[in-house]
Design a protein around this ligand. Structure first.
Ligand SMILES: Nc1nc2c(ncn2[C@@H]2O[C@H](COP(=O)(O)OP(=O)(O)OP(=O)(O)O)[C@@H](O)[C@H]2O)c(=O)[nH]1
Ligand SMILES: [Mg+2]
Length: 477
């Protein structure tokens, strides 16, 4: 996946295998972090991983591993004493007593396996040190949520910029956001992430700013910066609310329409299926979080009444909480669909976990009541035996590939059939005075027959119950 390219800056991954996390899961988490970092534009040169009972309070890794990491980044490998991690000393001591630094285990990230396992103590990742001597890693990506002081200490020890998993994800979201709504949501999440990580610039915590204006008087520079951020967040939230009001008006117009939403883990193939089903040109990319905006398009070739398909933002393990909250409105789109298509990448060995994450987030936002289907995508990458095993394991699922036109056609038929089942027969009376609504009726219902008498038209229709309600209320006005 990752090819070392001279142009791209380098990164090292750091992971701690905590008790209760098995080797496979740990390796998968690190591989995923590697993909995230790659999406961000870095080449991963090594992974420094360690089995511990908890993250080291001072700098995540134990002393030995920290040195190993610093060789890859060109840092000193030690956290300067007297640093602000002092208050964590007791915790550090406790962690030490509970047996840290035991069982150093290296689990290969992307390129780490290229490094040689030469001596007993040094893990394979250390071999990367020679290789990176000419070019050093400028980023250390930690696969955990770490505290601002842990990040600071790691930066001091490595001389590299340190990002935790949340930071990496927020940065990707920041770069990929396209719509105004997504941009605002990401900016709010980013500022919330940054605020506690701000550090005092210059002369210590008690620097005072001159007393211009009542509120600012006596605040330290840091407090002032934090307050600026809070004000900015408030401003952005205000702006977001007005964008969302417009969105909900637009959504209200779609109400009563037949809608299906594609949901699932990032990179599962939602946008690929969206393209195939609607003939639209939504972005498909082998990147994590390629899509951050909900797109809505009509099923193509079109059916009457039309069926709208929504593509949504993907999920990921350990999604920063702020981002879950801010993308809730984007996911409202999914909540309003009559049918949810859960898309999973069946060729990814960890897809069961990914499905669990998707289900978890959707049930958190109250979408577990919406009828759903499970789509096991990318089966073109599996052998016939593997497919058979999946059919046994998930008898209710549809196995398909977004790349096989016949599979997409069958999916289209099953979507149409789903809506067909839920349609009801009804009769609508269309007075001559309301003839202007005829287009609306054709748009939202299938007209079986039409008869005109003295008082107007009598239309027999097949229609979705929600659309029927909406048409009746329009006719009654
Ligand atoms: N072999 C194969 N590759 C697929 C299939 N569906 C999607 N892909 C590839 O998987 C990658 C991700 O596809 P997307 O459609 O962008 O995935 P997504 O779910 O929209 O991802 P996000 O927008 O990041 O959440 C792309 O490189 C696709 O070409 C499939 O059925 N078979
Ligand atoms: Mg997508």
């Amino acid at each position: 996946m990752t090819t070392t390219n001279q142009e791209r800056p380098l990164a090292v991954l750091v992971g701690v295998q905590l008790p209760g996390v098995d080797d496979v899961e740990h390796a998968a988490d690190l591989a995923e972090l590697g993909r995230l970092v790659h999406t961000l534009g870095f080449d991963v040169i090594a992974t420094v991983s360690q089995r511990r009972s908890a993250l080291a309070a001072a700098a995540v890794l134990g002393e030995g591993k920290l040195k190993e990491l610093a060789e890859l980044t060109g840092g000193s490998g030690v956290v300067p004493s007297g640093a602000p991690e002092r208050k964590n000393k007791a915790r550090a001591r406790r962690a030490a007593e509970s047996g840290e630094d035991e069982g150093d285990g290296e689990l290969g990230g992307d390129d780490a396996d290229a490094a040689d396992d030469d001596d007993g103590d040094a893990a394979p990742g250390a071999g990367g040190a020679e290789q990176a001597a000419a070019r050093r890693a400028t980023i250390v990506a930690v696969d955990h949520d770490i505290s601002p002081s842990q990040a600071r200490n790691l930066e001091r020890a490595t001389g590299a910029q340190v990002l935790d998993r949340a930071g990496v994800i927020i940065e990707i979201f920041h770069r990929h956001a396209r719509s105004r709504e997504a941009k605002l949501e990401v900016e709010i999440a980013r500022l919330n992430y940054v605020a506690p990580r701000l550090r005092e610039t210059g002369g210590g915590g008690d620097r005072q700013r001159g007393g211009i204006g009542g509120k600012g008087a006596g605040e330290s520079a840091l407090e002032l910066d934090r307050r600026k951020i809070r004000d900015r967040i408030a401003e952005l939230k205000h702006e977001l609310a007005s964008v969302q009001r417009e969105q909900s008006t637009r959504r209200a117009l779609r109400q009563g329409q037949r809608r299906v939403a594609l949901v699932g883990y990032t990179n599962a193939g939602k946008s690929s299926l969206m393209r195939a089903l609607t003939g639209s040109e939504v972005l498909v990319a082998d990147k994590l979080f390629a899509t951050l905006d909900t797109t809505v398009r009509a099923l193509h070739p079109e059916v009457r009444p039309r069926i709208l398909v929504s593509d949504t933002v993907g999920f990921i393990k350990k999604l920063p909480h702020d981002l879950v909250a801010s993308f809730r409105s984007t996911l409202d789109e999914a909540l309003e669909a009559s049918l949810l298509l859960y898309v999973a990448d069946a060729s990814d060995p960890t897809f069961r976990d990914q499905l669990g994450v998707t289900r978890g987030v959707l049930s958190e936002i109250g979408a577990s009541e919406v009828p759903s289907r499970l789509l096991l995508n990318k089966v073109d990458r599996l052998s016939e035996e593997e497919r058979d095993a999946l059919r046994l394991e998930f008898p209710e699922a549809t196995l398909l590939s977004a790349k096989i036109p016949a599979d997409v056609a069958a999916l289209r038929e099953s979507i149409i059939a789903f809506f067909e089942e839920s349609m009801v027969e009804a009769e609508l009376l269309l007075p001559y005075a309301k003839q202007s609504l005829i287009g609306e009726i054709y748009e939202n219902a299938r007209v079986v027959s039409e008869e005109y008498g003295d008082e107007g038209g009598r239309l027999s229709v097949r229609v979705h119950p929600a659309a029927l309600d909406r048409l009746r209320s329009l006719l009654a006005r």
